[in-house]
Design a protein around this ligand. Structure first.
Ligand code: HEC
Length: 315
């Protein structure tokens, strides 16, 4: 608490206690059912890697229509431990990196705004900081049925072999992208061989992109919200409409991301009652960036009702 506000708080107590405890927009999270999601360390297991039978024995069945989770449900912890150790798909393991982290995820709405809440244990200070600017970041990426890969493989649909720090990047920086934005995809990814601007514009207008929300976090500081969309590259929106609140409390991060359900902007996806969305989650902890994160398999959320991993109801 800031020094000046101590007095203000005391003075406000007699008349304003209800307002302080529960501002009009706040969700009573204790009344929302959460779900534990295991996010695991993926190393350089890219979209192209998972699709290649010589690399990944699940590839043929995945190509035939079996989704990641259908084979790997319950395995994320072991997979993350194997990869983080450097025994598979990780040429430069990070010392002391945990293989997985369990985040408790809750979703809700209030008719105007949609809220996603994440709670996970902090990993503590790393031996070495990769990205000095933020201690942790939590991200969700979602789609409303326009991007097939999002439903089949969550985040993997934008994780290519030639993205920054991945096996075929060749030292180049390249952000996440959708295969549909490239003329051709090979085992090494799609490179910079993009479809024409007209095609990209048409896809974008048709909703062929993923939307993402991110909270960038430092202990004791206000969370910084970032939002954007991914088609030919990850594009951060100049003025995010997503807001983020979060803090590290007793070794646990608790973060809430939210925005208006109707964005009124074609660079966002409207979140509508009855809608079902594909979603993936990622956590960068211990000042990491790029592939050095933990990710979830594909999940779904629905608004008010529906068949989904998370059903966000009005609170
Ligand atoms: C048909 C079942 C099947 C499907 C579908 C499948 N996998 Fe796999 N996956 C396997 C098997 C079996 C292995 C272990 C042997 C290997 O690496 O080929 C594996 C290994 C992996 C590994 C390496 C870690 C380890 O434990 O060996 C990763 C990462 C992985 N899969 C990710 C994915 C992702 C992401 C998807 C979805 C895009 C997916 N898998 C879909 C069966 C599957």
């Amino acid at each position: 608490m800031k020094r000046v506000s101590k007095f203000a708080f005391l003075a406000a107590l007699p008349l304003g206690i209800a307002a302080i405890a529960a501002p009009a927009h706040a969700v009573d999270w204790s009344s929302v059912q959460g779900k534990d999601v295991t996010l695991f360390y993926p190393g350089q297991a890219s979209w192209e890697w998972v699709l290649t039978p010589a690399d990944h024995s699940g590839a043929p069945k995945f190509r035939e229509g079996k989704n990641c989770k259908q084979c790997h449900a319950g395995e994320a912890k072991d997979m993350g431990a194997l990869i983080a150790s450097g025994k598979k798909r990780e040429p430069t393991p990070v010392a002391g990196k945990r293989g997985s982290v369990v985040a408790n995820v809750k979703m809700a709405h209030d008719g105007d705004k949609f809220y996603a809440r994440f709670e996970w244990p902090d990993a503590g200070e790393p031996a070495q900081k990769m990205a000095a600017d933020f201690a942790a970041r939590v991200t969700m990426m979602f789609d409303d049925g326009k991007v097939k890969e999002a439903g089949r493989a969550g985040c993997w649909g934008v994780c290519h072999d030639d993205a920054t720090d991945m096996e075929s990047a060749g030292g180049k920086e390249r952000k996440k992208y959708l295969s549909a934005s490239r003329v051709k995809i090979t085992r090494q990814g799609g490179g910079d061989n993009m479809k024409g601007q007209g095609d990209l514009d048409q896809m974008k207008a048709g909703g062929v992109f993923l939307e993402y929300w991110q909270a960038r976090l430092n202990p004791g500081a206000a969370a910084v919200a970032v939002d954007g969309h991914i088609l030919e590259k990850r594009t951060d929106h100049e003025k995010p409409i997503v807001t983020a609140e979060g803090k590290l409390d007793g070794g646990k991060w608790v973060v809430v991301l939210s925005r208006k359900m109707k964005a009124g902007d074609p660079s966002y996806k409207d979140i509508v009652p009855g809608g079902v969305y594909n979603v993936g989650f990622a956590i960068h902890d211990q000042y990491t960036w790029h592939r050095f994160h933990h990710v979830s398999f594909e999940h779904t959320f629905a608004v008010d009702q529906g068949e989904a991993d998370f059903v966000a109801v009005k609170k």
